[in-house]
Design a binder for this molecule. Structure first.
Ligand SMILES: C[S@@+](CC[C@H](N)C(=O)[O-])C[C@H]1O[C@@H](n2cnc3c(N)ncnc32)[C@H](O)[C@@H]1O
Length: 224
């Protein structure tokens, strides 16, 4: 209970003040190298899971983008077969501050700065009503514990409602990729998909040689 009260207060304050230092630039070579690998990892996982299609334009949504550290990997994967990708990333807690006093929002601006038609949206995914051809959803909260740990108020814990909304705004013939960490979260994700009668393909554990994570990651693909 105490954690939820604290999260409510902190979340309220950062969304009111939107405090951040401005114009973040990453200069640390080690972090830039890690970012490079994370982008290659992202490209690789998307390539293993999603089918390409030769489109002139396509609208892509990344849900829960954090600081959109991996945006380049996503962008260049879609750019490899779509002439003009339009990419949105939506993040509820965009004004969360890092210890360097830059917010996720300011940090994301740096990671997407060279990507055409790419927007970072600070807000709740539920308020997005545009339709998308591709939805990418890395590590949704399917249990309350990580949501609290990440500083969000309990009222934002609604995995089923979010999944139903994601399916609703996915265009016919669209594809959605959901990646969960650990078998426990994958089991819950599967239950949610089944409760909502959403047809999916279970890809199982997905891995890339570019980066390794402590917890196994499991992918689900939804073709509408
Ligand atoms: C576990 S993190 C994953 C972050 C990122 N996708 C990654 O793979 O590093 C989940 C993210 O989803 C965001 N989130 C949770 N509920 C959301 C909502 N309703 N709308 C937008 N973002 C949300 C959280 O604030 C958090 O940044």
């Amino acid at each position: 209970m105490f954690e939820n009260i604290k999260n409510n207060i902190d979340f309220f304050i950062r969304n009111k003040t939107k405090f951040s230092r401005k114009n973040f630039v990453e200069k640390n070579e080690e972090k830039l190298l890690h970012n490079y690998l994370e982008n290659l990892y992202t490209f690789d996982i998307l390539e293993q899971c999603l089918k390409s299609s030769n489109a002139e334009n396509a609208f892509i949504l990344d849900i829960g983008s954090k600081n959109w550290y991996y945006a380049k990997g996503e962008y260049y994967f879609f750019k490899s077969f779509i002439k003009k990708p339009h990419m949105d990333g939506v993040e509820l807690d965009a004004y969360r501050l890092y210890s360097n006093l830059y917010s996720r929002y300011e940090t994301a601006k740096f990671y997407i700065k060279d990507l055409k038609n790419t927007n970072y949206i600070a807000g709740d995914f539920l308020s997005i009503n545009k339709n998308y051809d591709y939805i990418v959803w890395f590590l949704p909260f399917v249990t309350k514990k990580p949501l609290r740990h990440w500083g969000l108020p309990d009222r934002y814990f609604m995995p089923k409602k979010l999944l139903a909304h994601a399916y609703k705004i996915l265009n016919p013939n669209g594809q959605m990729l959901i990646v969960n960490q650990s078998i426990n979260e994958a089991i819950i994700q599967k239950q949610l998909l089944e409760e909502l009668n959403i047809k999916y393909t279970e890809k199982g554990i997905v891995k890339s040689n570019f980066l390794e994570y402590k917890n196994d990651r499991y992918a689900f693909i939804v073709n509408k």
